[in-house]
Design a protein around this ligand. Structure first.
Ligand code: C5P
Length: 222
């Protein structure tokens, strides 16, 4: 039997991370935050001083990424080369670098198997940009989660504030729009809904409402 996957794709800040974590918790399924792998690759490159356009060295870094995801009181702690980087990978600088690194085909290929290894019984909730279109094309349920850019900037702002970081709303909006454009226009695995994805606009929905709708969809799929 194949292990079921719930693929949740969409632009940054649409709520994929929170929603994916809550659904995985509710179902007792594994969770793949694929964006964190691109962020980790970018952070490792920044720290090693590798230029963000050196495709072959970046692909090596991605392939050899020494990373540990471990649960600690219901939260995921991420370690890179033995040091905790859970917050370090969430900065706008790393996010921006991640989207540059993610545009390189060899980097995406290098991370493919690592992502597929997360598919373990009883199931996987996979969060990203190409979960339904590239990584788990056979996922029984694919969701494309969106929200307006203004709403996503507002959410990111709150999220950063809660983590003790500050950023202006207007600069966040600009960064979100720039990253959207880069993610949608790149030639490999551009951000697009899979043909068989269900699109859900969360602009005016609360987190519990989204979790409820997705759980209903999963039940319908059996
Ligand atoms: O989702 P998150 O903001 O953490 O992702 C960081 C960047 O990684 C995105 O802007 C995108 O360019 C890239 N990414 C990707 N494919 C994925 C997940 C993330 O290209 N499956």
């Amino acid at each position: 039997v194949t292990v079921p996957v719930l693929a949740i794709d969409g632009p940054g800040g649409a709520g994929k991370g929170t929603i994916s974590r809550l659904i995985a918790q509710r179902l007792g399924w594994h969770l793949l935050d694929s964006g964190s792998l691109y962020r980790l690759t970018a952070l490792a490159a920044l720290r090693k001083g590798v230029p963000l356009d050196d495709e072959s060295r970046l692909a090596d870094i991605a392939l050899q990424l020494d990373v540990v995801f471990r649960a600690d009181h219901g939260k995921t702690v991420i370690e890179l080369e033995g040091a905790v980087v859970t917050n370090d990978i969430r900065t706008e600088q790393v996010g921006d670098s991640a989207s540059r690194v993610a545009a390189l085909p060899a980097v995406r290929t290098a991370l493919l198997q690592r992502q597929r290894d997360f598919r373990q019984a009883p199931g996987l909730v996979a969060d990203g940009r190409d979960m339904g279109t590239v990584v788990f094309t056979d996922a029984p349920l694919k969701i494309f989660l969106t929200a307006s850019a203004e709403e996503r900037a507002r959410r990111r702002h709150l999220q950063l504030r809660e983590a003790g970081m500050d950023a202006s709303l207007s600069s966040l909006l600009k960064e979100i729009q720039a990253r959207d454009a880069r993610d949608m226009q790149r030639s490999v695995a551009p951000l697009v809904p899979a043909d068989d994805a269900v699109e859900l606009d969360t602009t005016s929905l609360s987190i519990p409402e989204v979790v409820e709708q997705l759980t209903q969809l999963l039940v319908q799929k059996g």
